[in-house]
Design a protein around this ligand. Structure first.
Ligand code: NAP
Length: 250
C-alpha cells in the first residue's frame, strides 16, 4: 500500500484560522504532514489550529500573510523556504464573500473578492509551483465552490472568482503535469462555517431543497476530499474538480 504522503511532507494551508482551512490542516497533520497554518487577521484562530495539531502529536507552524498582496505572499514563501526548504502540498483555501445583486454591486466589492479568491489563489500557486518544479514533485488543491460551476444569485463576484479558480486549476494541471505537479480543485456546496452564518437562514430557505442529503456539509467532509486529492493516493488525478455538495450538482 502506497503511503498517503511521503515522509517529511510539508504543506501550506491558506486561511487555516478556522472553517474548512482548519479542518484541512488537522486532516493533513493526522496523516503525518507538517502543516504551515496561514492566516490573515485571526491570529488566535490560527494559534488554535496549531495547538490542536500539536496536542494531537503533529507538527506545524503559523504564518501571517494577506494572499491578495503579491508582496506579502512572496514574503510568506521566502520565510517558508528558509524555515522548511519548501512545500510539497498547497491547499489554496483562503477566501471571502461580499454578496449583493449585480446591479447594486460597487466595484470595490467585486474587486476585493476577485483579489482575494482568484488573484490570491494565483499568487500562492505561482510561488508553490516554483518550489515544486525544482523538486519535480508537488500537489496543489484549490478550494473552489459549486457556485463556480452553476452560478449563484447575489454572488456575481464570488461565483466569478470560483469559476476562475476552476479554469486556473485546469490550466495549471496541463501546464505542469510534465514537471510532476498535480493541480486539482474541490468544489464544496454549503458548508457549516463562519462564512455562511450571516446568511444561513436565506441559504437554507433557497437551497436546502436542492440538496439530496437535506443538510449542509461539515468542514471535515471537505477536508477529507482535499486531503485525498493532495495525497499519493490521487497520483493519476490532475485537473479534476471534485464536488463535495451533498449531491446538489449531481
Ligand atoms: P471562513 O471560515 O470564513 O474562513 C476563511 C479563511 O480565509 C479564514 O481563515 C481567513 O483568515 C482566510 N482569509 C480571508 N482572506 C484572506 C487573505 N486575504 N489572506 C489570507 N487568508 C485569508 O470560510 P470557510 O467557509 O472556511 O471558507 C474556506 C474556503 O472554502 C473559501 O475559499 C470559501 O470560498 C470556500 N467555500 C466555502 C463554502 C461554505 O459554504 N462555507 C462553500 C464553498 C466554498 P483570517 O480569518 O485570519 O482573516
Amino acid at each position: 500500500m502506497i503511503p498517503m504522503f511521503d515522509e517529511g511532507t510539508v504543506a501550506l494551508v491558506t486561511g487555516a484560522s478556522g472553517g474548512i482551512g482548519r479542518a484541512c490542516a488537522l486532516e493533513l497533520a493526522s496523516h503525518g504532514v507538517t502543516v504551515i497554518v496561514n492566516y490573515c487577521h485571526n491570529r488566535d484562530g490560527a494559534a488554535e489550529t496549531l495547538n490542536r495539531i500539536l496536542s494531537a502529536g503533529g507538527r506545524g507552524a503559523i504564518i501571517q500573510a494577506d494572499i491578495a498582496s503579491e508582496e506579502d505572499t512572496e514574503r510568506m514563501f521566502r520565510k517558508i523556504q528558509a524555515a522548511f526548504g519548501g512545500i510539497r502540498v498547497l491547499i489554496n483555501n483562503a477566501g471571502i464573500i461580499k454578496d449583493g445583486y449585480a446591479m447594486m454591486m460597487p466595484d470595490d466589492a467585486f474587486r476585493q473578492v476577485i483579489d482575494t479568491n482568484l488573484t490570491g489563489t494565483f499568487h500562492c500557486a505561482r510561488e508553490a509551483l516554483r518550489m515544486m518544479a525544482a523538486a519535480e514533485k508537488g500537489s496543489i488543491v484549490n478550494i473552489a465552490s459549486t457556485t463556480g460551476i452553476t452560478g449563484s444569485v447575489g454572488q456575481v463576484n464570488y461565483s466569478a472568482s470560483k469559476g476562475g479558480i476552476i479554469a486556473l486549476t485546469k490550466t495549471l494541471a496541463r501546464e505542469y503535469a510534465n514537471r510532476g505537479i498535480r493541480v486539482n480543485a474541490v468544489a464544496p456546496g454549503y458548508i457549516e462555517t463562519d462564512m455562511i452564518q450571516a446568511n444561513r437562514g436565506i441559504y437554507e430557505k433557497q437551497y436546502m431543497h436542492m440538496i439530496p442529503f437535506r443538510r449542509f456539509g461539515q468542514p471535515e467532509e471537505v477536508a477529507t476530499a482535499a486531503t485525498f486529492l493532495a495525497s499519493n493516493h490521487a497520483s493519476y488525478i490532475t485537473g479534476a474538480v471534485l464536488t463535495a455538495d451533498g449531491g446538489m450538482t449531481a
